[in-house]
Design a protein around this ligand. Structure first.
Ligand SMILES: *Cc1c(COP(=O)(O)O)cnc(C)c1O
Length: 395
């Protein structure tokens, strides 16, 4: 590799996580001393004679701004190789392209809707099979393994019910059965949970959410430790071509710098809102892995820094949901999550509307369920907004 790329691989592994957020990956620009990595807005790179160049040939295969981001996420996840894609689903689709006809993948029951869709509507056409299980139950995972099983794909916590799966146990089961373990770490980010540390093989992100953090870009990431997997994913990233553009790579590096301070505030706000919801007589059930009453509380505590900033809750009977939404002024009704602004959504009619009603209700996604992505606004304003709207929505 070129001189330039060699400089990029210098790791400051002794730094603590918060410092890595600012100084990890590539630091600034060697050429000019700029403290930020420049946006290399170029499709191609000059060669002296064919094959003799400074480490870059064509920006689908590699671009210095994207490379800086890829090094950064690899460091943050305690991995070795990072890959940046045009969206979370581009990252997921590229990684799933490792598999071939006849292979079967075990996925969580309430895996992200887009992940289910790409498996069910696209990869199934090519003979890649999936089976859905409650991955919080390790026996269910074991029972689902067949001679065709090649991977276990999980989210912990899941969306929107925030179910927790034991990462170490999944990694062990995978190793014992020669499977690839894959974790979508979007909801927690490496600030809260680093699945590779527990033996997981591949970490995926929709960086659109907390990593970007400002609801202003769509991006996806993949991280691995294993060189063989890195080669496969690197090949597919270039072959399929769903790469992240230089400007978006820059935006994502910029967002990641404040991940720690943002998440601290997201989480402390979430904890205050939960206390307010618990005190209100209008809430039947709260789903939050940081609550001791959550069935995955102990496992979550073992593998994660805290319970994150996503809350799902069910109202008691006798509320009109649309009245609630109309009375919110700080919190916005919208899909997506992980931005600085608080967003609320109604899974049954929005993010999970494509799931047939009977299956949805059996999975616990009833019409009274709300999902809140707690932002970093003032917690008192958020509580007043939310509790006020809930009270006004009483029928
Ligand atoms: C949003 C999301 C995705 C899809 O990512 P995009 O960036 O929207 O393509 C995948 N997994 C999870 C858990 C998500 O929340």
């Amino acid at each position: 590799m070129s001189e330039y790329s060699n400089k990029q691989t210098v790791k400051n592994n002794n730094y603590k996580f918060e410092t890595k957020l600012i100084h990890g990956g590539v630091n600034g620009d060697e050429l000019t001393g700029a403290v930020n990595v420049p946006i290399y807005q170029t499709s191609t790179f000059a060669q002296v004679v064919p094959g003799e160049h400074k480490g870059y040939e064509y920006s689908r295969s590699g671009n210095p701004t994207r490379k800086a981001l890829e090094e950064l996420i690899a460091e943050l996840e305690n991995g070795k190789y990072g890959f940046a894609f045009a969206s979370g689903l581009a990252a997921i689709s590229t990684v799933l392209s490792i598999f071939k006809s006849g292979d079967e993948i075990i996925i969580s029951n309430d895996v992200y809707g887009g992940t289910f869709r790409i498996l069910d509507k696209v990869f199934k056409q090519f003979g890649i099979k999936y089976v859905q299980v409650n991955t919080s139950d390790l026996d269910d995972i074991q029972k689902a393994i067949t001679a065709d099983t090649k991977a276990i794909y999980i989210e912990t916590p899941t969306n929107p019910l925030l179910g927790i799966t034991d990462l170490e146990a999944v990694a062990k089961i995978s190793k014992a059965n020669n499977l690839i373990s894959i974790v979508d770490n979007t909801f927690y980010t490496p600030y809260i949970q680093r699945p590779l540390d527990f033996g997981i093989d591949i970490v995926l992100h929709s960086a659109t959410k907390y990593l970007g953090g400002h609801s202003d870009l769509i991006a996806g990431l993949a991280v691995v430790k294993d060189e063989g997997l890195a080669e496969k994913i690197g090949f597919l990233q270039n072959a399929i071509g769903g790469i992240l553009q230089p400007f978006d790579s820059f935006l994502l590096i910029r967002g990641i710098k404040t991940l720690g301070v943002r998440l601290d505030r997201h989480v402390s706000n979430a904890e205050k809102i939960i206390a307010a919801l618990q005190a209100s007589g209008d809430v039947k059930k709260i789903y939050y892995p940081g609550l001791e009453t959550h069935p995955g509380y102990e496992i979550n505590k073992k593998q994660s820094k805290n319970g994150g900033a996503m809350i799902s809750f069910e109202l008691t009977e006798g509320h009109d949901i649309n009245t609630l939404f109309r009375n919110l002024h700080v919190i916005t009704l919208a899909e997506s999550l992980g931005g600085v602004e608080s967003l609320i959504e109604h899974p049954a009619s929005m993010t999970h509307a494509s799931i047939p009603k009977d299956i949805r209700e059996k999975a616990g996604l009833g019409d009274g369920l709300l999902r809140l992505s707690v932002g970093i606004e003032d917690s008192e304003d958020l509580i007043e907004d939310l509790i006020g709207a809930i009270e006004k929505s009483r029928i």
